[in-house]
Design a protein around this ligand. Structure first.
Ligand code: HAM
Length: 414
């Protein structure tokens, strides 16, 4: 037998309703926030992620599924949704539409990571990306959209926010970080030594114990924000405060991708183990220009669907029950089974879920089967029913029976 690849998961018929529920909740929130769906390909040219996500990130350095196609092009399975969304925005000239352009997506993403609870090699994200507004109100709106989505699902998470400044203040901060880390650089991991050159901020995100002890006392970005970045961050915080959205400012949040500037945020849980971030995002005002578009600000987030599912299961949150079979129609022999087929088909074509036996089961076995399917009603067709054109429809929850003409089953069930 050939098994499923490491770090991937099947969605089984008995649990797909959980996925549908989370996706439907995402779509409803997107509608309320006036976001339009976009879909980008599963793979892009590798260059997009190298330039978009950034060469100092683990995602680009270690985790991408990259291969050469038969035409010799370097292709990468998307490790996240933002770079593709930005490419779509630029390539399709959306910069000439009224701003902001507010989008969302539900997408698979691929990262070659060491699988563990909440960490997969293929996972799924609900993300939103808003292009063309640099105002702090947009930051607050995007954070509220994430919070509304998580609230609707009933999960309890903590919101942590930070500002990592703009090009100007980050340059000052990076200098301070370099000065701070330099004396201990030789004791830090190889990745951090390379981060030191490329993007010292990234050192704060290092998971190595040996490096963590040096990052604990590192200077805080909050002390280096320029006037404009400070005002922007104050604006975001005041809107969250005014609306009663609780958060903590965590100056250690730097996010794992290179494109961020100013506001960054994460929604975290301590109920799902080490991979506690269920949703992360932030502003990325330089990305559109970096990818060859005009200089336009943008902000977004992505929530990991598998992590949310894990959190909901671990904390006993009930998913609404999936739709059951409305009516099960049992036949006894070839003629009555054909009739059951005919009635079920007519109902199905009207959008009513109907089921029949496919395996020549006895009537007793069919009742058992109908029960397993959770059928709300069961009707049996015998010779008498064929003659009279009337079925006795049994309500499975209270056991009552009602005689209904075959032509009236649809209106009876409605
Ligand atoms: P990210 O923090 O890399 O951000 O991923 C967002 C979310 O995807 C995480 O919080 C987590 O729930 C989920 N996730 C990430 N990696 C895995 C994995 N290996 N297995 C399971 N779930 C995972 C981004 O991807 C950005 N594009 C978010 C964004 C959008 N920023 C601005 N716009």
């Amino acid at each position: 037998m050939i098994n499923i690849p490491k770090g991937t998961k099947d969605v089984l018929p008995g649990s797909s309703y959980k996925w549908q529920y989370i996706e439907e909740t995402a779509r409803n929130v997107a509608r309320a926030f006036n976001l339009s769906e976009i879909r980008t390909p599963t793979f892009e040219y590798t260059e997009l992620f190298k330039r978009g996500v950034g060469e100092s990130t683990d995602v680009v350095n270690k985790e991408m599924y990259t291969f050469e196609d038969k035409g010799g092009r370097s292709i990468t399975l998307k490790p996240e949704g933002t770079a593709g969304a930005a490419r779509l925005f630029i390539e399709n000239g959306l910069a000439s539409s009224p701003m902001p352009v507010k989008t969302f997506y539900i997408t698979p993403a691929f990262r070659y990571e060491r699988p563990q609870a909440g960490r997969l090699r293929e996972f799924h994200q609900f993300g939103i990306e808003v292009f063309g507004s640099g105002s702090y109100q947009t930051d607050a709106e995007v954070i509220f959209a994430a919070s509304a989505f998580l609230d609707k699902l009933g999960v309890r998470v903590k919101l942590e926010i930070n500002s990592i400044g703009c090009k100007v203040c980050r340059a000052e901060y990076n200098k301070a970080l370099k000065k701070y880390f330099e004396p201990n650089l030789s004791k830090m991991c190889e990745a951090c030594r390379s981060r030191f050159e490329k993007n010292p901020l990234r050192i704060l995100d290092c998971k190595e114990e040996g490096c963590k002890k040096f990052t604990a006392e590192a200077p805080s970005i909050t002390d280096y924000l320029c006037g404009e970045c400070s005002r922007h961050f104050d604006g975001v915080k005041s809107l969250l405060d005014n609306q009663g959205l609780k958060y903590i400012v965590n100056p250690r949040i730097v996010r794992g991708l290179d494109y961020y500037s100013r506001t960054v945020f994460e929604f975290v849980s301590d109920e799902i183990g080490a991979q506690g971030t269920v949703c992360g995002g932030g502003r990325y005002d330089g990305l559109i220009a970096e990818l060859g578009g005009s200089s336009l600000p943008a902000i977004g987030f992505a929530a990991g669907i598998e992590r949310l599912m894990l959190l909901m299961e671990n904390t006993g949150i009930k998913f609404p029950e999936r739709q059951k079979v409305r009516i099960y129609i049992a036949g006894m022999d070839e003629k009555t089974r054909d009739k059951a087929f005919e009635i079920a088909t007519a109902l199905r074509l009207k959008g009513i879920s109907a089921e029949i036996d496919h395996l020549n089961r006895s009537i007793k076995a069919q009742f058992k089967y109908a029960d397993k399917l959770g059928a709300e009603y069961v009707a049996v067709i015998g010779e008498n029913e064929l003659l009279s054109g009337e079925l006795k429809i049994k309500n499975m929850s209270d056991g009552t029976q009602t005689a209904v003409k075959i032509g009236q089953i649809e209106s009876y069930l409605k």
